[in-house]
Write a protein that binds this ligand. Structure first.
Ligand code: SAM
Length: 211
């Protein structure tokens, strides 16, 4: 008798199907993360019509969907993610598949889109490393990514303007705050309601770039 082999199910990524998940589906957003940015925007008003915005760690693009609605067709939006992009949008929306750590090859791609010495009015980031379940390791990886984004901002963010970071914060993260203080007049730590209670992610709004 031939025994039929049972098909093994592939492990699926864990998706939280809470009220934000259903709201995102209903409103046509690609991820529930959009409601974190929506709350941050209501509180801090970082993005305005016609702005030039760069969104880092952008896939699956729900932040970009939200930002696009604010900047309208007169603004400019560039989204960067290491993951492949499957969106076709307007002439003022660009997406780059790139690792943020590979700055030397990323820089000319951004310069190709921006005019000569132009810079962004705001940079948003929702970047997240692959998590290991070890909160100390995950925090370390998240801080490394954010320091890279601060360096990106050194060149590409306008003076006096703002940058939004997401960080996994488990214990003291002075490695990151030290770098923020060098570059910005002040910063505010903020945890939107859409971040789950158990989650150790929070956002850091870096205000008024010094140089
Ligand atoms: C939480 S998701 C962002 C969700 C997105 N803000 C949205 O609203 O749809 C984090 C993203 O960071 C990206 N990421 C992680 N490491 C990266 C790296 N080194 N360079 C570029 N993107 C990276 C991941 O591929 C992932 O898509």
């Amino acid at each position: 008798m031939i025994l039929q082999q049972k098909r093994r199910k592939r492990p699926q990524p864990f998706i939280i199907k809470d009220k934000y998940f259903h709201k995102a589906k209903k409103e046509g957003f690609r991820a529930r993360s959009v409601f974190k940015l929506e709350e941050i925007q209501k509180t801090f008003e970082l993005i305005h019509p016609q702005m030039k915005v760069c969104d880092i760690g952008a896939a699956p693009w729900s932040f970009m969907q939200f930002i696009k609605r604010i900047i309208k067709e007169w603004g400019l939006l560039i989204g960067i993610d290491i993951k492949k992009i499957d969106i076709i949008w307007w002439k003022n929306i660009y997406t780059l598949v790139h690792n943020i750590f590979e700055y030397d090859t990323l820089k000319p791609k951004i310069r190709e889109i921006l005019w000569s010495e132009e810079k962004f009015d705001v940079i948003t980031s929702d970047i997240a490393p692959n998590t290991t379940g070890r909160k100390d390791i995950d925090q370390y990886a998240s801080v490394e990514l954010n320091i890279e984004i601060l360096k990106f901002g050194d060149e590409f963010l306008k003076k006096w303007w703002n940058l939004l970071l997401k960080v996994f914060k488990w214990e003291d993260f002075s490695d990151l705050t030290k770098e923020i203080k060098k570059r910005f007049e002040r910063f505010i730590e903020y945890k939107p309601l859409a971040c789950r209670d158990r989650s150790f992610e929070e956002y850091v709004i870096c205000i008024n770039k010094k140089d």
